[in-house]
Design a protein around this ligand. Structure first.
Ligand SMILES: Cc1cc2nc3c(=O)[nH]c(=O)nc-3n(C[C@H](O)[C@H](O)[C@H](O)COP(=O)(O)OP(=O)(O)OC[C@H]3O[C@@H](n4cnc5c(N)ncnc54)[C@H](O)[C@@H]3O)c2cc1C
Ligand SMILES: N[C@@H](Cc1c[nH]c2cc(Cl)ccc12)C(=O)O
Length: 536
């Protein structure tokens, strides 16, 4: 990489419009561009340069519910973007065969209630009304089993303690971190490539410059900051802040600036995926309103229903199976519907860059870090990162306090999610082959090992889960622990001395509410057929 003499005074000049150069036009590049333009309008200058030659990963189809803050920030309604992205609703992740063949449980977008200061999970361990923890404690588990939409045909949202507000252009916009504690009842599935296309239009209409070209060189100045990137056909692009959205290549952060990548592979061994896009006739086949993650010989298979097709893929560890065998496993799982579809084999880099923001380069998306998509965290990482870029947006080069705060928040999010994912494997009862046996003996993060010892005696709460913001609330840990079934968990001794009638009444209230909603709500298929007809 070459050095050039950019004038530092110019880079620090507060009067000049800041130039942000985003390299890469996948989900990360376009989400960043559109969010920055929504946040700062034309008070900054944003350019996206993306290669027409190098493709995007193009999977990334399931999200967190938090992504609604992203669309709200861009002032986009569901009816604007959902049809354009073949999007559907996701009420939960449905885990199949993690405990034993034929078993399933849900991790839903629904807060766990509490009675007399004890979470329902604790009460359920003391007085289980059925064998289904998830159905007893969450309304959404029944809605998933019955394939229901979370909205009525007229667009009204089910009442889950979340009041939707009318918004206009002057409404204050919400962000993820500030909204912890309120749980929106669903997330989305969508075609990532279509969302990138939609956001390209959104951004360029609002002044973002779009260059289709290859970045061939990254030039550093005498202080080690990036002065410009050189392109094959458009010469040099100068900037104040460079956003590395080049995917697993991490061309700017890891390659040009030499920031090391720290692998999580020792604790999360799945390092490959094979994906297939299966045609779906929405008028004939039911679409589950959830992502399904089915445990398999050397990993797990995702099933994501979209309006247009089903996205499916096998995430596996190359230490335990080959790409050919993995493709056979996936095809056998799907059946004849995928016979004519070509498979997409993907290598995954699991872990995170030591720091995601170094000097004037910040990496967003796969270049910053990635964990296997078991809980659909990729787009959440991007969304969270962009919110933090806005929050810690620098005034010049000397803002190392802001950079440090940014890096800390990214580290926490990724390390916390790693713990959560490892819990799925240590906590899975399944141990029927070497792959699943090894999940019980492999090294796990030390702090998680300590937490699991605590959770055996007291179900996870805010005091005992990973202590920094990482997107996942304590109830999510309860779902995995009680659902996957491999770790024996006891109820609080205090509950043996307590009257359980209020808890039993609460289970009954949930059962009745679920029964009523299943009767009243349309199926997800009916809802989207209606939306496509323009009725919502
Ligand atoms: C198997 C798998 C399944 C996943 N499933 C989910 C999921 O369900 N939910 C979820 O939230 N996330 C998921 N993810 C993560 C998600 O796919 C990514 O977070 C998301 O696609 C962002 O990718 P990206 O934009 O960082 O990189 P990419 O999609 O790889 O984009 C890289 C961009 O950089 C450009 N580029 C590269 N080099 C150059 C160069 N020299 N010059 C110019 N441009 C260049 C490319 O052209 C491209 O536009 C999944 C990931 C994988 C691997
Ligand atoms: N706050 C995040 C995290 C979250 C809460 N519940 C779930 C359930 C699933 Cl399946 C994933 C993620 C989450 C959010 O609400 O999106």
């Amino acid at each position: 990489m070459s050095a050039s003499g950019t004038d530092n005074r110019q880079a620090n000049d507060p009067g000049r419009k800041k130039r942000v150069v985003i390299v890469g036009g996948g989900t990360a590049g376009w989400m960043t561009a559109s969010y920055l333009v929504a946040a700062f309008g034309d008070r900054i200058d944003v350019t996206v340069v993306e290669s027409a030659r190098i493709g995007t990963v193009g999977v990334g189809e399931a999200t967190f519910s938090d992504i609604r803050h992203f669309f709200e920030f861009l002032q986009l309604a569901e009816s604007d973007w959902m049809p354009a992205c073949n999007a559907t609703y996701k009420l939960a992740v449905r885990f199949e065969d993690w405990r034993e063949p034929g078993h399933h449980f849900y991790h839903p977008f629904e807060q766990l209630g509490s009675v007399d200061g004890f979470p329902l999970s604790d009460w359920w361990l003391r007085s289980p009304t059925t064998s289904r923890f998830d159905k007893d404690c969450f309304v959404l588990a029944s809605l998933c089993d019955a394939g229901r939409s979370p909205r009525y045909l007229d667009g009204k949202l089910i009442d889950q303690g979340f009041a939707e507000q009318e918004r206009d252009e002057t409404s204050a916009r919400s962000t993820i971190v500030e909204y912890q504690g309120t749980q929106f009842p669903y997330a989305y599935h969508f075609e990532a490539a279509l969302l990138a296309k939609y956001l390209t239009k959104y951004s360029t209409q609002r002044g973002v410059r779009h260059i289709s070209d290859d970045v061939t060189d990254v030039a550093l100045d005498e202080d080690g900051f990036i002065s410009h990137v050189r392109t094959a056909g458009h010469g040099r692009l100068d900037g104040d802040l460079f956003v590395d959205c080049t995917g697993f290549r991490a061309l700017l952060l890891n390659k040009a600036l030499g920031e090391p990548f720290e692998s999580y592979q020792d604790t999360l061994p799945n390092d490959r995926a094979v994906a297939l896009q299966v045609p779906l006739d929405m008028d004939r086949e039911p679409m589950r309103p959830c992502t399904t993650a089915t445990a398999r010989e050397a990993g797990w298979i995702w099933t994501i229903p979209l309006v247009s097709r089903i996205g499916s893929g096998y995430v596996y560890a190359s230490d335990y199976t080959t790409p050919e065998e993995a493709e056979r496993t996936l095809r056998a799982f799907i059946g004849p519907a995928a016979a004519d579809v070509e498979a997409n084999h993907i290598k995954m880099r699991i872990g995170r860059s030591r720091r995601s923001w170094v000097k004037n380069c910040v990496a967003v998306g796969l270049s910053s870090g990635f964990v296997e998509p078991l809980e659909s965290t990729g787009i959440f990482f991007i969304h969270h990162a962009i919110e933090q870029i806005v929050k810690y947006f620098p005034s010049g080069r000397d803002d190392h306090h802001l950079r440090n705060l940014y890096n800390e928040s990214i580290e926490h999010v990724m390390d916390g999610v790693r713990e959560f994912l490892v819990l799925h494997y240590v906590g899975a009862k399944r141990a029927d082959n070497q792959y699943w046996k090894d999940t019980k003996t492999r090294r796990i993060p030390d702090s998680l090992a300590e937490r699991i010892e605590i959770w055996k005696h007291k179900v996870p709460d805010a005091q005992t889960v990973f202590p920094y913001y990482h997107g996942l609330p304590p109830y999510s840990y309860n779902c995995i622990l009680l659902g996957a079934g491999g770790i024996e968990v006891r109820h609080s001794p205090a509950l043996d001395l307590a009257d359980d009638r209020a808890a039993l009444a609460e289970f009954e209230r949930i059962r009745l509410k679920a029964e009523k909603l299943v009767q009243e709500l349309p199926t997800q298929n009916q809802y989207f057929a209606n939306m496509r007809a323009g009725a919502v």
